[in-house]
Design a binder for this molecule. Sequence first.
Ligand SMILES: [Fe+2]
Ligand SMILES: [Fe+2]
Length: 414
Amino acid sequence: MIRVGIMGGSFDPVHSGHLCIAKEAAEQLGLDEVLFIPANRSYNKDPGENTQPEERLDMLRLAVEGDPFFRVCTAEIERGGTTYTVDTLREFKETWGKDRELVFILGADSFLTLEKWREPEELFRLCRFAVVSRPGFDDDGLEERIIKAEEKYDTVIYRFSSPGLDISSTDIRKRISDGRSFRYFMPEGVWKYITDNDLYGFRPEFYPEAAVYIEKLERELKPSRFRHTLGVAGEARKLARVYSEDPHKAYTAGLLHDCAKNFDREKTFELCRRYGVELDEVLKAQPDLIHSFLGAETARAEYGVKDGDILNAIKYHTTGHGGGMSRLEMIIYLSDMIEPNRAYFKGLDKIRKLAYYDLESAMEEALEQTISFNREKGRLIHPLSSGAYSYFKELNRRKPIEQRKDFTGSKSGS
Ligand SMILES: [Fe+2]
Ligand SMILES: [Fe+2]
């Protein structure tokens, strides 16, 4: 007979403790597989308090990825409504008959409340329980209660012990909303999912390195520049999500894009020499443009950024380039123009709408506006900008007609 372990619960979020317990149960009780079944809505918890069922499901899938003994079962979420374990076990029995022994894994504290669950007698008939004890939990009363239940329901209750029981989802949620580290309480994929989707009150400034960057930037930038920086970082993160780019990287690039902006002239030129930033004629004539090239070197040298895509996004945030900009590069270029603190200029709304619709069309529009604005002001146009403009113009021209976006205002949100 196949022995199937069942891990029920909210998994809000799933953590390493759950995985340790499931693994220990499989080894100590000789289970053939363990099903993780996220409750749609636990009967004893406030609904919708933290996350959507689909999010908990996504996290579970990420958590069990790669373990051939673990599976995620969507039965309770698909059934909807308030979740009662007895309904799930009944469904399983109907599907599997006597082919499988169902072993329901639960903590000692949950076991002590079992009599309050719906139809406890039926529960004992449908499955075997396996009680895992928590270190430090008062085991004296537990063993007695187990024996009593075995007699009352004419069953055998398995016992096993496992590490990981002192991790709890409640504590993790609190850590997250307090801005404390929670990285090593769960598999990396789950951690990333939480930080990418801002679950449980996570805020991007909680990224450990972001906190360090923000502190340094606040010291070094003028207050209005610092506000703009946070605006760009937030905007970049939103755009990254829309275009399935890494929101963490986008936030970092946004934070650091103007990190060399408030250096005085002397320091700017000195650092350019030190970091080997070559100054062409346009940069010499318009030193304001230097901060993006120097910014990339400063981010590398002073902020420890190693990621080439982030560094390039900083480097090209004022000029763009015509060599096929990466999505992150486009996101930072555009976020710089459209972040919420940006003073209004004619055409801003159009670029804002386009940015969330089609990056390449937004780039063409943004470059066109920037170039004509600079021409009007009598400034030189950097060859990288003209190259970028031609590139995007040609690229968008070749797009099938239905992919071309040209917002004229009336088509907003279409
Ligand atoms: Fe800038
Ligand atoms: Fe900027």
